[in-house]
Design a binder for this molecule. Sequence first.
Ligand code: ACM
Length: 537
Amino acid sequence: MKFYLRLVPLLIVMGAVLIQSCTNEPPTDLTKESIIPKPVSVTATGKGFLLKSPTILVDESLKDNLGSYLATELNRITGITPNIESTTETSKAGNIYLVVTDGDAELGAEGYELSISEDSVTITANKPAGVFYGIQTLLQVVPLKSDKSGNYSIATGTIRDYPTWGWRGSMLDVARHFFSVDDVKRYIDMLSYYKINILHLHLTDDQGWRIEIKSWPNVAIHGGTTQVDGGKGGYYTQEQYKELVAYAAARYITIVPEIDMPSHINAALASYGELNNPETKFPKDGNYAGPVETKGIGEGKDKPTDLYAGREVGWSTLSLSKPTTMKFVNDVIRELSAITPGAYIHIGGDEAHVTKKEDYIEFINRFSEIVKANGKQMIGWEEISQANIDGNAIAQHWASEDHAKEAAAKGAKIIMSPSKRVYLDMKYDSLSRIGYNWAAYIEVDDAYNWDPSTRVSGINKEQILGVEAPLWGETLKNMDDVMYLLFPRLPGVAEIGWSPAAGRSWDEYKVRLGNHGPRMKAWGIDYYRSKKVQWSE
Ligand code: ACM
């Protein structure tokens, strides 16, 4: 065959693709939509619902601001400005209904049914959270561009959907580099788009203390003034923290605050000399952020340490023998609990390399009592398995399967954050412009291709709460850096948390992810263009 004849089929395919993308045919097959996380079930009915000046009808039982939330988000995508009405009537053509009716047991507290006919769109759920997740799915099936007649329409059919795991988390380290209230709100928006329901804020570390404590003001005023590699740092006032909590709650996200103790504590030791511990061994990396003459640990055990702007870990520790230490811990947990409506306080507990083992165990036992006395449940990194923990504790697995198994054997529930899979501060490959690689290079498929319930042999599904992807902040200077490492791995972690493991496969997922390229771009995200995915433009 002549060479140019062999090109004919290719030209036909290319022509068809070109015609399709130029004419923007209205979608009619709901099963072909690229929804992340993948819903439990999608049935198509082959028609289209025309999204033309709709009224959003909010069921009177749904006393929430979900109508205005949906209106704002639809407007962001399409420019259309829907009306919002509160109603009990449910059959007016052209409208979108948000309805809460208790009684569909399969959907549980977070599930929803999204039903799209030619006449109307209805999201039904047992609880407002389910309506919120139905809205996220709806937003993902609204085309980003109008069709050739200038209209937006949505394929018809029914989606029934509910999560596999109750804990679908992301952790942001605001201690190593500080991120503003507006940055964190943007982060929350991204989480909610993918149905993530936990934001763990790593609020304190050697390099910075980021939350106002009224009874120990210097921890934030002084301990918040630096960050990794220098820079001015910052902290949240309690009012600002409450603003974040409320912003997250409106998106059905619980904030889990972490005060990392007894190690990772230099920002506090630098702020109050009476907390200092002679066992703290200031690293010899020269990254002292204070006046050069004080160089590292304060002379004498009651002098404050210097501030620190380096990247070493595990060298600082609270002192069990100092009378002020437990008063400090009590005050911090009390104040933090009072401004945290969520059920959890994370006490860190990782990498306490210079804390004597018997002291470490005593610390965790006491933290546990204090957290409980403040009406909260204690979470700690997996090393807390060494203490007298029980079914009241939650351990977060990151590196040691032995610690995770020990915690589970003691009755603690486990959050799965295996660093080789979901430490999203790890580089994608050796060419990544930021990130670490001490755990692994984590390509997009590595972050997706695993299952919490089979990750650690000996820990079964009933012992696991779910999945959380930590984003440590040493190499992250701004939100572009954050987004580069989060995307496109975060949507995959969200899918692990939400979608049934049995229906997941990388080959099928990577097509949906590729189709999300324009959606991430529409959010202003300059995501990493992994070569393992064919990206739609
Ligand atoms: C950790 O990565 N140190 C929990």
